[in-house]
Every structure is written in C-alpha cells, then in structure tokens.
Design a protein around this ligand. Structure first.
Ligand SMILES: *Cc1c(COP(=O)(O)O)cnc(C)c1O
Length: 514
C-alpha cells in the first residue's frame, strides 16, 4: 500500500481546511448572531400575521389552497435567507391556517398553545435531547421524571407507579392495552406474548368499553393482533356514560360463552359530549372480574388542575393505567401526552435491550434509559413544555382557565336552550363541549341534516367561525368544543346569531324553489 499517496490526498481535502463554512447553520457559541436574526425575523412575522388575522379562518376552499401551495418551491440550490422564505409563505400558509387562538375557533379538541410552552419549544429545539437513552438526554431524563412524579401523585397513584411522555392519546391507549394484554396472557394463560406471540386461543380475548369510547380502542385492538371485533361496546345512558347494568350483563354473557375479557376501558371525557364514565363503579367491577382498568382521560385528565371540578375524577386512582393528553385542555403545542402505569414493574412488557442503546448493565449502574417505558425510540423532550407552562402560568390561573371553559359551556347550553329554532342536545355538559342543532318546525321534505351541514360549511368558508359537526342518532348536529379560555359568552352569542340568520335564509331559499 502506498502511504505517501494517501497522506497527500488527505491534505488536499476540505477536511483539513480551517474554514468554518457550515458554522452559521447551527446554534453554538460563534453562531448566535445568525440564530438571533432568524428568530427575530420569525417572531416579527408571526406578530405581524397575528395582527392581520381578524377571523378564525381565511375561508379559503380546499381547491384554492391546494393550488396556492402547489406553486411554492420546495427546494433551493444555493439556499435563501429567512426573509424571502417568510414572504413566500406569508399569505398561502401563515394567513391560511386555522387561527386557533381566535375566540371563535371552537371546533375540535385542538387548543391554542400557551406562549410559555412555545418558549419551551425553543429550548427543546436548541438542545434536541432524545429521551430514549440517558446519554442523549442526561439532565432532561430527570426533569421528565420529575414532571411524571407530579402527574402520578396528581392522579392519586403512589410511588409504585410510573409513567412516560407520549405523542398523545393514541399512543397512550395503545400502550395501556398492550401491557394489559401481555400481563393477562402471562399471569392467566402462562404465555409470554413478547417472546412467543399470541396464545393459541387469542380469539377468545375481549376488551370492554362504552359505545362512545374513542376509536383508538378498536384501532389498538386491531394493531395488537386481536382484531377490532374483540372490542365489545357497552351501551351508554342518556348522559352518554357507560351503563353499569349493561356492563354486568355483558360480563355474564362472556362468562357463559367462555370468552376471556381482560381489559375494561373507562372514558373520562368523550369526544362529543365530554362525558365521564362511572369510574368508582367500573373500578369495583374490574377488580371483581380481574380486569385491567384503563382510563382514557386524554380530554378530562386536565381536571386535576381544576379548582371546582376535580371531584369528577374520583375513582381514577383505582386505574391500572391512565391516558392523559396535554395538547388538549392543558394548552400545549402538539404533540404532548402521557401514559401512567400503576405498577411500574409492568413496563417490562415493553422492554427490549439493544447493546448500543440501553444495555442490561446500564440498569446495574443505576443509569435510567427512558426507552424502557416507551413504544417509541427517539422521543422529544415534551415534558419541558408542560414544566414551563405549570411554572409560568401557575396552577391558580391554569385551574381558572379550565373552570372558565366549563362554566362557559353551561351558560352557552342554557342560552341555546332558550333560543328559538334551536335544540340543545346536552343541556348539562359534563366538560366543555356542547352539541346542538338548528331545528325549526318545517315540513318533512326539508332536510335538516343537510341544512345543519350547510351552516357549518357556511361559517367556515366565510371565516366567521370554526365549529364542528357530529351525528347523534342519525341527526347531523353542530358542536362547540370550548377549549379556548379567551372565548366569552358574547362571542358564542354572535356565532349563534350567525347560525340562525344563515339557517333562516337557507330555509327561505328552499321554500322559494319548491
Ligand atoms: C384525543 C383523544 C384520543 C386520541 O389522542 P391523540 O392525542 O389524538 O393521539 C384518545 N381518546 C380520547 C378520549 C381523546 O379525546
């Protein structure tokens, strides 16, 4: 081999040059000016855009938006400054999104993010810690644990419990049912699912939840190899809460059929009605029948911060596992959620050891690798957002915001109830969603489903309000999800007046064409 030649060629490469041509692209001691400049430009632009946005939505149709964004170049060969990029996206992207902090953005479980959490995002991004192994997030690992500790105690678990941040309710529900399945199979059927796969008679396994439970329960069952049909829906009562009599009846039937129920899912805050299943009764039944109780508190879990409604969570402390989302009623930027487990040793069903990441001897050395509790490997430091929010907002104001949205929902329900041509579906909302309908007395030839659908579309495409629609017993209804603490009853009254006005005008048009 010719060593002389190799040495020469190395000298000639860019690797040996002292130039620092990539420095300005990253954040470090010498690049702060470039970073600060970019951040100033972005914050300046956001402030400017926010001032311009008068409505919750621009009203653009899908076709217009698609066309506009189609024209935006995705590449630049030589790179370009932030100014021209911001100019390019100003109208088609920044001004064409849903303005989620607007008082009349009241559609989904989609929240305005706290400015405190937005600041935390900057810190997260600067260090980009990865929560899977301790050596990629040495300090962040312990801060996440601290926030988890607060949550565990907040939900009434003790020090046997543990938890982990997740991407949201979908991942948390999946994790809960995965651990429930594997724990049941090991303890009751003597099968190690992690190693050997599902037991022979896996088709007898059943999950119970209310018919109003979130669709991710069925989705998890399917992903867990059990099939969607293993989920047995339990009837709900007029308040959309799981009906205990029906649960008992179904459990008896399952026993007669020699089927194997292993998990009972309680919903704490359903998507449409915010209803909370009877947690203490369900906990007692789960205990009696040896079922894993998973509480999906993606929405309602935020009541741990409420001053007036925390009591609605009574019984949640009896759960085996809990789902909670922070990108809903905790006002966090997406994504941010957590999964909590009453008996931390059961995280073992998720564990795999990789020599490069979380070798077994790390544990002996007392090193914590959070990947051992997660279905994710590389994972964001989302705990910091909640930490900033709790510290900067304070639990007093946090609780006030949540309580305001619940009392706003009650008042709005009352107001709708008193309005002409309007029907309120849930006049005593459990959380902060209200479902209602424009329902004048009209001949049967008039399609009120279509009319309500048109109302929702009209408000969206005029940009007047962003509200949701849903179907209750075959009837298309309108829905307010009142997460935004800035929304006042006056704002809703205006939206309701717009609804009535447009509804009446549609009726007029229809009548005149008949
Ligand atoms: C939002 C929600 C989910 C899904 O959570 P993501 O954060 O969207 O993944 C599950 N269950 C309930 C009750 C929810 O409200």
């Amino acid at each position: 081999m010719n060593f002389t030649y190799r040495a020469e060629s190395i000298e000639n490469t860019a690797l040996n040059q002292p130039s620092r041509e990539f420095d300005h692209l990253f954040l470090h001691g010498e690049s702060t000016r470039s970073y600060q400049h970019i951040v100033q430009q972005v914050t300046g632009k956001l402030v400017e855009v926010m001032h311009k946005l008068e409505h919750p939505y621009s009203g653009s149709t899908p076709a217009t938006l698609h066309q506009k964004l189609n024209k935006i170049p995705v590449l630049s060969y030589g790179g370009e400054p932030i100014e021209s990029l911001l100019e390019d996206i100003d109208e088609p992207l920044l001004q064409s999104n849903i303005h989620i902090a607007h008082q009349k953005s009241v559609a989904h479980l989609h929240c305005p993010p706290l400015v405190a959490a937005m600041a935390a995002e900057m810190v997260i991004n600067a260090f980009n810690p990865s929560m899977d192994s301790w050596d990629q997030s040495p300090a962040a690992t312990y801060l996440e644990q601290e926030v988890i500790e607060w949550l565990i105690h907040g939900f009434g678990f003790d020090s046997e419990a543990d938890g982990v941040f997740t991407s949201g309710g979908t991942q948390s529900n999946y994790t809960g049912l995965l651990i429930a399945r594997d724990s049941f199979c090991e303890k009751r059927l003597g099968v190690d699912v992690q190693k050997h796969g599902l037991p022979e008679d896996f088709q007898r396994l059943r999950i119970l939840c209310s018919e109003d439970a979130h669709f991710t329960i069925k989705q998890s069952a399917s992903q867990l190899g059990l099939g969607e049909e293993c989920v047995l829906p339990i009837r709900t009562d007029k308040n959309h809460q799981l009906c205990i009599d029906d649960l008992n009846r179904k459990l008896e039937e399952l026993e007669e059929e020699q089927l194997l129920p292993f998990a009972l899912v309680a919903t704490c805050g359903t998507t449409d009605f915010g209803s909370i299943d009877p947690l203490p009764e369900m906990a007692a039944i789960a205990k009696k029948h040896g079922l894993w109780l998973h509480v999906d508190a993606a929405f309602g879990g935020a009541l741990i911060l409420s001053h007036q409604h925390k009591g609605k969570l009574r019984g949640i402390e009896k759960a085996n596992s809990i789902t909670v989302d922070f990108h809903k009623l905790f006002y966090q930027p997406i994504s941010c959620g957590a999964f909590l487990l009453k008996n931390k040793t059961e995280f073992r069903y998720l564990q795999h050891h990789a020599d490069y990441l979380n070798p077994v001897d790390d544990e002996e050395k007392g090193i914590v690798n959070l990947v051992n509790k997660s279905t994710q490997t590389t994972r964001r430091f989302d705990a910091l957002k909640l930490f900033f929010s709790l510290r900067m907002t304070g639990t007093k104001q946090y609780g006030d915001m949540i309580d305001h949205t619940l009392s706003l929902a009650s008042s709005a329900a009352c107001h709708i109830d008193a309005m002409e041509n309007m029907k309120i579906i849930n006049n005593d909302p459990e959380l902060n969603t209200i479902v209602f309908r424009f329902e004048p007395t009209v001949p049967a030839t008039i399609d009120l489903n279509q009319l309500n659908w048109n109302i929702q579309k009209h408000l969206l495409y005029t940009g007047k309000a962003v509200l949701a629609k849903t179907t209750v017993k075959g009837e298309v209804c309108l829905k307010f999800t009142l997460l935004n603490p800035r929304t006042k009853l006056e704002d809703l009254k205006e939206v309701l007046a717009d609804i009535q006005e447009f509804g009446e005008s549609e009726l007029e048009n229809w009548r005149s064409t008949v």
